[in-house]
Structure formats: structure tokens, C-alpha cells
Design a protein around this ligand. Structure first.
Ligand code: NAP
Ligand code: ZN
Length: 351
């Protein structure tokens, strides 16, 4: 057992602060990673504040962080895919049962026994898993990804959650080339959704509540930007979309976006607001609309996404912060004031 520095929250009302946590010794299948950067996902905030208490109650202390990029510092005797010095990533999962139908179908995120990177029962040490707001992490090699060496590590980190969570539903929808695709919310997930939709050839439209993000949305790859509070502008686009990706983290009216879809259009939710969202049956019935959801992506698809990003020079737009600013970053995230992902420089944990 090793002691490691980390930032943890002691309760739903506590700020994150310096703590010492335990990491297991590297077993035969494990990769030990020195963490360079960890992105801040809105799910970290939902979890730290126990906002998902009905689905996934938080166990404290809680060490969040599932957008991890780092260097391999040691590997176990049976590890074949990684060596010391490799640039690697770890996302939202660190283990699964490896034998169920979902694992065999490369969608380990739906394994009934999946171990998530934080706040999940820890099969090795007991208690719960601790995430990436820490100096290092030990992970089964089957859940470690190769990170592209040609990209900036700070901007790679958010690909491990925000990246795969938007890449996966876009790929699953089918060939979006030439289709009219909407992205609702220009935050961490949203800005990656824009980049991927653009890269796959869609006509990309951003729906935002923040007029100040208009120029950035266009720079990030959107063809059009709609300020969602402008009813007249919204009306002009009603019934015209093939696919909409909804990344909003808070209560909002999804019926408005269902109304933006054309015949047989699909809206996929990736945002996970604390409370249920009311859905109008009629909004779905007229036009045979489809409402669906998507959760991160499997390991194979995450590697595919990272390779795609390496080839096409895609990273997240990040604001690098020292870990000491993490609580302030959470407050800014709640005000939609992130451009467009915070990436924590983990070297600052040594200060
Ligand atoms: P984020 O960076 O905070 O972005 C969320 C964006 O939603 C904001 O920037 C804002 O965009 C918009 N928004 C916020 N409050 C709103 C409101 N009241 N009404 C309308 N729009 C609002 O968050 P994120 O990290 O991208 O995560 C987004 C959501 O996805 C979270 O709920 C998170 O837990 C969830 N998530 C799900 C998965 C999955 O696997 N499904 C994975 C990761 C995260 P504008 O300023 O442009 O309006
Ligand atoms: Zn996340």
C-alpha cells in the first residue's frame, strides 16, 4: 500500500482540500501512472455535492477526477500493452467483470459490475475508488489507454470523458456528413461535441444560453449559433434538425429541442441533471421523434477516439489551473464560465 496526495471532499457541503489516500501496490496486471493533468467534469461537481443521491449516492471522503492523463512509472509482470514512460489516459472506468455480454460487446460501461474511477466499490482495497485529483493511480492495464504523443497532455485529459461521451453518440447515430446537427450547451462536453460533429462533416448548430460564447462557438467549428432564449430565432429552426446532442447539466425544457427535430429526428441526452426532465408525449409523437441517452463509451471506442484525435489534431480547449483553485473552478462551472474545460496541473499538488 502506498500513500498518495489527493484533493478530497469530506461531505456534500465541504470544499475540496488536501488529503492523503491509499493506492494499492502494482499487481501483475496493473499499470502505475504519475498523473500530469486531470480535467474537471461537471460529473465531479454533481458527485462531490451528492446531487445524484437517488441513483449513485456519494461515499465520503470523495476524490473526484476521471479525465486523467499521465506517464507510466511502473508496470506489473503480466502487463504487455504498456511500458514505463508511455503517455497514457484513464477515463471513467477502471475495471469490469470482463465476462458479461456487455463487456464482450466492448461496452464495459454497462457491465453490471463495472468499477468507476471514483465513488465505486474498490475490489482491491475495500471502501470506494479514488479518482484523478491525485498524484498517481494504479489501474488494470485493460482500462488504460494510449494517449497520442503529438498532442498537448493538458488538452488530452478532457478527451477521456468529455471527448468519448460526445464522440460515441455521434458515431452511433450513423453517417452525419451533410446532416443538420445541434449541440445544446457549450461547456466541456458541448465544445467537444462541436469539434467531433464538424470533423465528421455535419452542419453544426450550437444552442447556447450565453451570448458571449457566440464567437467561440464559430471558432470551435459551429456553422451557426442560436441563443436559446431568443424565441424568434428558435422558431426559425423548428423541425429542421436530424440529430441533437443535449449536454446541459441543469434543469431545462427538452420539449423545445424535441420540437427542433425533423421527421424521425433523434435527440440524445448526455447531460445528467439532478432532477427528472418532463417530456411531452405529443412533442415525440408528431414527427416520430426519438429521445435517447448515452453513457461515456467502451474502452475500445475510447482508444479509437484518442487515435482519431491524434490523427486530426483534436484536443479540448483548456484553462490550466493549479489544484489550489479547484473550488473556485467549481463555482465558475456553475455559472457556465468555463472556456471550455478546466485541466488541473497535477504538479501543483506537490506545492
Ligand atoms: P459544463 O462544462 O458545466 O457545461 C454544461 C453547459 O450547459 C454550460 O456550459 C451551459 O452552456 C449549459 N447550461 C448550464 N446550465 C444551464 C441551464 N440551466 N439551462 C440551459 N443550459 C445550461 O458541464 P459538462 O462537464 O460539459 O457536463 C454536462 C453534463 O453532462 C453534466 O450533467 C455531466 O454530469 C454530464 N455528463 C454525462 C456523461 C455521460 O456519460 N452521459 C459524461 C460526462 C458528463 P451554455 O453557456 O452554452 O448555455
Ligand atoms: Zn465526466
Amino acid at each position: 500500500m502506498q500513500q498518495t496526495k489527493a484533493y478530497s471532499a469530506a461531505s456534500a457541503a465541504s470544499p475540496l482540500k488536501m488529503d492523503m489516500i491509499k493506492r494499492r501496490e502494482t499487481t501483475a496486471r496493473d499499470v502505475q501512472i504519475e498523473i500530469l493533468y486531470c480535467g474537471i467534469c461537471h460529473s465531479d461537481l454533481h458527485t462531490v455535492r451528492n446531487e445524484w443521491s437517488e441513483t449513485m449516492a456519494t461515499t465520503y471522503p470523495c476524490v473526484p477526477g476521471h479525465e486523467i492523463v499521465g506517464r507510466v512509472t511502473a508496470v506489473g509482470a503480466s502487463v504487455t500493452n504498456f511500458k514505463t514512460g508511455d503517455l497514457v489516459g484513464v477515463g471513467c472506468m477502471v475495471d469490469s467483470d470482463h465476462v458479461c455480454d456487455n463487456c464482450r460487446a466492448d461496452v464495459e460501461q454497462f457491465c453490471p459490475d463495472a468499477t468507476f474511477t471514483y465513488n465505486s466499490p474498490d475490489k482491491h482495497l475495500g471502501g470506494v475508488t479514488y479518482g484523478g485529483y491525485s498524484e498517481n493511480i494504479v489501474v488494470d492495464e485493460r482500462f488504460v489507454l494510449h494517449a497520442p504523443e503529438n498532442l498537448e497532455p493538458a488538452g488530452i485529459a478532457p478527451l477521456l470523458c468529455a471527448g468519448i461521451t460526445t464522440y460515441s453518440p455521434i458515431r452511433r447515430w450513423g453517417d452525419i456528413e451533410g446532416k443538420k446537427v445541434g449541440v445544446v450547451g457549450l461547456g466541456g462536453l458541448g465544445h467537444m461535441g462541436v469539434k467531433f460533429a464538424r470533423a465528421f462533416g455535419a452542419h453544426v448548430v450550437v444552442f447556447t444560453t450565453s451570448p458571449g460564447k457566440k464567437e467561440d462557438a464559430l471558432r470551435l467549428g459551429a456553422h451557426e449559433v442560436i441563443i436559446s432564449t431568443d424565441a424568434e430565432e428558435m422558431q426559425k429552426h423548428a423541425g429542421s434538425f436530424d440529430f441533437i446532442l443535449d449536454t446541459v447539466s441543469a434543469q431545462h425544457d427538452i420539449n423545445t429541442y424535441i420540437g427542433m427535430l425533423g421527421l424521425d429526428g433523434t435527440i440524445t441526452l448526455v447531460g445528467a441533471p439532478e432532477k427528472p426532465l418532463p417530456v411531452s408525449a405529443f412533442a415525440l409523437l408528431f414527427g416520430r421523434k426519438c429521445l435517447s441517452g448515452s453513457l461515456i463509451g467502451g474502452i475500445r471506442e475510447t482508444q479509437e477516439m484518442l487515435d482519431f484525435c491524434g490523427k486530426h489534431n483534436i484536443t479540448a480547449d483548456v484553462e490550466v489551473i493549479p489544484i489550489q483553485d479547484v473550488n473556485n473552478a467549481y463555482e465558475r462551472m456553475l455559472k457556465s464560465d468555463v472556456k471550455y474545460r478546466f485541466s488541473i496541473d497535477m504538479a501543483t499538488l506537490k506545492d
